[in-house]
Design a protein around this ligand. Structure first.
Ligand code: PLP
Length: 406
């Protein structure tokens, strides 16, 4: 039986897997110890659980346990990586290379450093599929560059960057490489050694774990990466991130990684099948629909489409029993089209008409079919009411129309 509303916004967050909930529950009640309590069994029990989770998280990215530093989520991990490296290596230089489609946690960290006069930043463009060119990364690196920060996969359009090629360049140039891999972990294979990654941000809630717990991978050897902490306190997490650990959250994060690692291949194949079904169904029923992002180098669960002549926000309101995202962020008084979609070079109207479908573990083929009918029906209804659509169908070039009254 189909249950409404349907959740198809799995890039924003995911439902906690019931197996993860089961793993976490004892750590709220009978096993409630502080992992930093060294002198009794409550503490040892909590510490053991944290270390098990550290191993599970390290395993999914090909790292060593001691290279995992727990944080409150990827926003904190991005801040720690960027601000921590810039401060620690300030005698070497102050230049950062990043990309215009990064998450705000990366872009705003870079901007904060620029504003404080502590760094200069190069924001690389992307091609029409949202991909950064490794050659551009190479050209942007100077003898003052201390950090390259490029995400593994984009959270709006799902495009996967050529991370291993970028890692080869940063290794050659001796520059620290940070990668926000939040959307990629558990969805596609990620290996820190194969990709030459030195620092990597992760978060539990995008892979069926709990919210408010994340990690930063910090390479320990070849090269050993150093950071200045941004939170001072009791010296937890090898001095890089003080604060009492969120033991139940960390246990859940570990369990989520173990499940994802075991099931990733099958799950990715199933999601690609569902996504293909959704895309084909919508393209069959509608004209003037465009794919945003890379056609093949993309996350299995991501489908980002622009429905020409339709406002994304109006479409969302019309399909309120389906949870998806639009490319327009309702920021303050203005409705701005997404900076990620704009970076692809498409015009403002199409950017305003984009919708992100984020498919995940709990979506079914029945839901896909419902969403296909619901979205195509609503797009047709909105277009039928749109004078612009009528004009376009009559062959009028909307860009050449003089809209001013004489
Ligand atoms: N980086 C990317 C690419 C994301 O998609 C998100 C999630 O919104 C974050 C960082 C922030 O993660 P968190 O919610 O754990 O702070």
């Amino acid at each position: 039986m189909l249950k409404l509303p349907i959740y198809m916004d799995n890039h924003a967050t995911t439902r906690v897997d019931p197996r993860v909930v089961d793993a976490m529950l004892p750590y709220f009640s009978e096993k409630f110890g502080n992992a930093a309590s060294r002198n009794h069994s409550f503490g040892w029990e909590a510490e053991e659980a944290v270390e098990k989770a550290r191993g599970q998280i390290a395993a999914i990215i090909g790292a060593k346990s001691k290279e995992i530093i727990f944080t409150s989520g990827a926003t904190e991990s991005d801040n720690l990586a960027i601000k921590g490296v810039v401060d620690f290596y300030k005698d070497k230089g102050n230049h950062i290379v990043t990309c215009v489609t990064e998450h705000k946690a990366v872009l705003d960290s870079c901007r904060a450093l620029e504003r404080a006069g502590r760094a200069t930043v190069t924001y690389l463009p992307v091609d029409k599929y949202g991909m950064v060119d490794p050659d551009e990364v190479r050209k942007a690196i100077t003898d003052k560059t201390v950090l390259v920060t490029i995400m593994f996969a984009n959270n709006e359009i799902g495009t996967i960057h050529p991370i291993a090629e970028i890692g080869k360049i940063t290794r050659e140039k001796g520059v620290v490489f940070h990668c926000d891999a939040v959307q990629a972990i558990g969805k596609v294979p990620v290996d820190v050694d194969r990709c030459g990654i030195d620092l990597m941000s992760l978060t539990a809630h995008k892979l069926y774990g709990p919210k408010g717990v994340g990690a930063l991978y910090v390479r320990s050897k070849g090269p050993r990466v150093r950071l200045t902490p941004i939170i001072d306190g009791g010296g937890h997490e090898r001095g890089m991130r003080s604060g009492t650990l969120n033991v139940p959250g960390i246990v859940g994060f570990g369990a989520a990684c173990e499940i994802a690692q075991r099931e990733m291949t099958d799950e990715a194949a199933r999601l690609v099948e569902l996504r293909t079904r959704l895309q084909a169904g919508l393209f069959e029923r509608l004209e003037d629909v465009y794919l945003n992002g890379h056609p093949t180098e993309r996350l299995p669960g991501n489908l980002n489409l622009s429905f020409a002549y339709v406002e994304g926000e109006s479409l969302l309101m019309g399909i309120n029993d389906v949870a998806v995202s639009s490319g327009s962020a309702c920021t303050s008084a203005t409705l701005e089209p997404s900076y990620v979609i704009r970076a692809l070079g498409i015009d403002e109207e199409l950017a305003h008409s984009s919708i992100r479908f984020g498919l995940g573990r709990f979506n079914t083929a029945e839901e896909i079919d419902f969403v296909t009918e619901r979205v195509s029906g609503e797009v047709k209804r909105l277009r039928d009411m749109s004078p612009l659509y009528e004009m376009a169908k009559e062959g009028i070039d909307l860009k050449s129309v003089n809209w001013k009254a004489d």
